[in-house]
Design a protein around this ligand. Sequence first.
Ligand code: HGY
Ligand code: MN
Ligand code: MN
Length: 412
Amino acid sequence: MNLTIDRDRLLSEIEALASISEAEPPVVTRIVFTPSDLKARAWMIARCNEAGLAVRQDAVGNTFARWNGSDPAAPVVGTGSHIDAIPNAGKYDGVVGVLGGLEAIRALRRSGFRPRHSIELLIFTSEEPTRFGIGCLGSRLLSGALSPNAARKLTDNDGATLEDVRRRAGFAGELDQVTLPAGYHEAFVELHIEQGPLLERQQIPLGIVTKIAAPASLRILIDGSGGHAGGVLMPDRHDALCAAAELILAIENAARTSGAIDTVATVGICNVFPGAVNSIPSRVRLSVDVRDTDRQRRDLVMHTIDATCHSISANRQVEIHSELLNADAPADCAPEIIEALSHSCRKHELNFIPMVSRAYHDSLFMARIAPVAMLFIPCRNGYSHRPDEYAAPDDIVRGTLVLAETLATLSR
Ligand code: HGY
Ligand code: MN
Ligand code: MN
């Protein structure tokens, strides 16, 4: 099988998709169900149609582009990722797995390969938590990890429900129809940038993911008493932002002192009310992200956060309420898919290392309903979720080539 990746086309498609953004280049912002997301989806569907794939979308907008295999009864070999992007992001997160997946399929078709199992590109809805507060919304629904009822309760920052937003975006049908039938996938392989520095540091072109870390996120609301910045003396204050500051440092400390380098905790959002220089903050809203490859260690950090909230509340006489948004299990990748990827790397004489994914991905949930593994390519300085996120063309092409080889192996 003579596999060749159309480098120029793939790179130009990455640039074209990056230009569909709510922000000026080089910044990519593409929040789920916003005009730029819908435009990007339409652009992707046009590319899949051009490639001769049969395209369908489910009730939450997960998009399937299928190359029918010779055995329609055989379970599907899937690949894909996401095209939604957080505010102030780069052009490669998710996109490399979607456009690389499409080019891998095109390369196989050009090579004359004929799959027995259908090969299907999956573009997941809302992998990022930006709009509805929970990541991997599309793959959670596909895998049954999130119930349709729980999904219906999700609202965005303006209070709009997922139901209203998705229907206004043109996705009819019921969320109950999203869950994939048992045995739908033979395998699922996701190509993604590492979003970390290890591959670049070790000068290794490819990483085969053996485990995906367990994410948890929570929202914390702190209510103090506010007041005039001049008139209220220090002993009489119940300053919500000072309470938040103490809590944020305690969260950082809990991750730093967990006993393992794999524990990470981030307070990515801090909203202060009323936000006036001469008014004591009366309310602070925090969003917290805690991850670890080990679930118990991750949960210990969550317990520490809970205990710290209670002690700060008592000491500072502020109200603290926390709402757990998700606390997912880590996922082990399937040995047979890891072996298929390793075999492809060896066949193309490409060096690789096994590694853990510290970022979460849709594969974390696809692992609940199919054998999965991920293939990482390096990204410069490990940067991601920032406009200077960068993956080198040679790395993108190598990842796409190994993905194509692996899809062929799995779909024979
Ligand atoms: O946050 C993550 O790990 C993913 O990039 N959404
Ligand atoms: Mn991301
Ligand atoms: Mn991603």
